[in-house]
Design a protein around this ligand. Structure first.
Ligand code: XIL
Length: 332
């Protein structure tokens, strides 16, 4: 791979990287691997509700504007993540809802979505409208702020508000764990089919695919096939692959703390497997792309978030390509 050719140049499948824009603009090597390899960009945190309206109802768009400028400069697609997510609701919103009730929350949700999507109509091609509405491991809705305020209606509301604000944007439902928890997968597919049937404007499913090395080929294939059966666009939205497990039931399992050559080669095979399965089970017209979350072992969210020593991505801690990079390339 020469310095000016990257993953994106070997396929017509959009290849995405999730970034923190401030980090990219400060680090020339990170900047270079980002625009060399990816033609789609997702913000890891910069476009979330807590980033835009942490303290105030008026959004601070500084970082989103920088993302727009960056993606325009390099002729990349900007993917919006995420409008409604229980994990990033600013405290002032929950406080106001407690004080003023669900009608206030509904009006604010509408105003927030309308403001953000109207402003970025020409810049953001697709949005994760609702993120992680399902419980970790089951087909039940998650017990969280939005669900507790509106019941499952908040999902439909959010898609309608988004579509009204930007009728051209592709609107996604995004979640994780489909491949490990069949009931969750079935629950999500049933919800999506129901939304489609009732003409709610939903256009795609984001399968995060935060995988573990023992996630089987069959499980990944099954998630892709079932998601694709809805006929909607399918985005592998947050790909990474860990060696340890995040399952709290396996807390006693000895931790892996060093990376061996064999492990790297096995991970390379897994990256290859993911892209091959995607191409096999998702019809061409439904392929929205594959996005790597953080994409380097230095910046990966996994290490701080799960307090694990891990190497979940395709670039190492020095931002050089790992065997996983070539494995993925091979599968493209
Ligand atoms: C993560 C970010 O990468 C972290 O920096 C942050 O602390 C928590 O959120 N599913 C998602 C992403 O949809 O938004 C999450 O991103 C990772 C899991």
């Amino acid at each position: 791979v020469s310095t000016n050719k990257g993953l994106k140049d070997w396929s017509d499948l959009p290849i995405g990287g999730a970034i923190n824009i401030s980090k990219v603009l400060k680090d020339s090597k990170l900047d270079s691997i980002t625009h060399t390899n990816f033609n789609s960009i997702t913000a890891t945190n910069d476009m979330k509700m807590y980033a835009l309206v942490e303290h105030d109802s008026i959004p601070d768009f500084t970082n989103v504007d920088r993302l727009v400028a960056y993606t325009q400069k390099h002729d990349m697609r900007l993917f919006g993540h995420a409008l409604v997510w229980y994990y990033n609701v600013p405290e002032w919103i929950t406080n106001m809802t407690n004080k003023k009730g669900a009608a206030w929350a509904d009006a604010y949700l509408k105003k927030y979505i309308t403001t953000v999507l109207t402003r970025y109509k020409d810049d953001v091609v697709a949005w994760d409208v609702v993120n992680e509405a399902f419980a970790d491991k089951s087909g039940e809705f998650r017990d969280e702020f939005w669900f507790n305020t509106f019941g499952k209606d908040y999902i439909e509301k959010a898609f309608r508000y988004a579509h009204d604000a930007d009728p051209d944007a592709k609107l996604f439902y995004n979640d994780f764990g489909h491949e490990r928890h069949p009931e969750k997968l079935n629950g999500i597919v049933a919800m999506v089919n129901d939304l489609v049937k009732r003409d709610v404007p939903i256009h795609g499913i984001g399968l995060q695919m935060h995988l573990e090395m023992d996630t089987t080929e069959k499980a990944i294939a099954n998630a892709l096939k079932l998601a694709a059966s809805t006929g909607l666009l399918i985005h592998i939205s947050e790909l990474d692959i860990i060696f340890n497990t995040r399952d709290e039931n396996a807390k006693d399992k000895p931790k892996i703390t060093t990376l061996t050559h064999d492990m790297e080669m096995a991970q390379a095979e897994k990256f290859k497997q993911v892209v091959m399965l995607y191409r096999k089970h998702v019809p061409k017209t439904q392929q929205f792309g594959i996005t790597f979350w953080d994409f380097n072992d230095r910046d990966t969210w996994i290490k701080p978030f799960y307090d694990l020593k891990e190497w979940p991505t395709i670039f190492d801690e020095n931002l050089d390509p790992k065997p996983g990079y070539y494995g993925f390339l091979d599968g493209l």
